[in-house]
Design a protein around this ligand. Structure first.
Ligand SMILES: Nc1ncnc2c1ncn2[C@@H]1O[C@H](COP(=O)(O)OP(=O)(O)O)[C@@H](O)[C@H]1O
Ligand SMILES: [Mg+2]
Length: 242
């Protein structure tokens, strides 16, 4: 079982969205996934409950935030039933963060390309390193550029990337661009894979070119999510120690 944790003290950095995208892509490729929702806002839990109440499928388990001291036990108890545990973490120095990180194989730290977010990401890196020192076990981590411009790399992003390289902080080679279909996941309680049918239905009566444009946007979002998930799995299997 692999444990992948999303952490960054900055709210709105893309933790919850990136966690959901990863969960869906792994589930689609046949992996058994459980999401542990440790975000106090519990967006993923709410998403899952709403879908279940409406009779819609949820292709992975979603677990609510446990008591802090039960976190490690809960993660370990999933080992027989789960291939990937994805943890949506708040980024603070809360005790539950330390417990979750202590079981983490790969901590993903999302950030946009701005210098301000780079500083917050550095705080997250230090938190991972402190926890690793505490448990005397290395914890792999990687930065993930999210909400980036789909068409080009901004100079800010390039500068931040360079700074990370200089400081030997690893960054995922695939970025998640800022895309409207990703915001629909929580707004409309959908899965990315449901969007092609949904968009087709919504565009009934519109011209073929308008519909085609909307569908292309969805296809690009799905492709980006797939590439991102593959890069994460590649990093994870490369990083794991025997
Ligand atoms: N790649 C993306 N493309 C478009 N919108 C995004 C993307 N990632 C996050 N968002 C939006 O940004 C906001 C914050 O994202 P969220 O994943 O909730 O961040 P966090 O969990 O770190 O607080 C949400 O409204 C979400 O829909
Ligand atoms: Mg969140």
């Amino acid at each position: 079982m692999y444990v992948i944790t999303f952490a960054n003290p900055k709210g709105g950095s893309g933790k919850t969205t990136s966690a959901m995208l990863l969960a869906e892509q792994i589930a689609l490729s046949g992996g058994r996934v459980a999401i542990l929702d440790l975000d106090p806002n519990a967006n993923i839990l709410a998403w899952s409950e709403t879908r279940k109440a409406g009779g819609q499928a949820v292709p992975f388990a979603v677990l609510a935030r446990p008591q802090a001291e039960e976190t490690v036990e809960l993660i370990d108890s999933l080992a027989d039933s789960t291939d990937y545990v994805i943890i949506d973490l708040e980024g603070s120095k809360d005790q539950i963060v330390t417990f979750a990180l202590s079981r983490t194989d790969l901590c993903i730290i999302p950030l946009d390309g701005s210098p301000m977010e780079a500083r917050q990401a550095a705080t997250a890196v230090r938190l991972v390193q402190t926890t690793a020192n505490m448990i005397r076990t290395p914890i792999d981590y990687i930065l993930l550029f999210t909400r980036t411009n789909a068409a080009f790399q901004t100079t800010d992003e390039r500068d931040v990337r360079q700074e990370m390289d200089i400081n030997a902080i690893p960054t995922l080679p695939v970025r998640i661009a800022k895309r409207a279909p990703y915001t629909r996941i929580f707004r409309d309680g959908v899965l990315l894979a449901e969007l092609p049918d949904l968009v087709t239905a919504e565009h009934k009566g519109k011209t073929a070119s308008v519909t085609g444009k909307a569908l292309k946007q969805v296809a690009s979002a799905i492709e980006n999510a797939r590439d991102y998930a593959q890069a994460v799995i590649h990093t994870l299997t490369k990083a794991r120690r025997p």
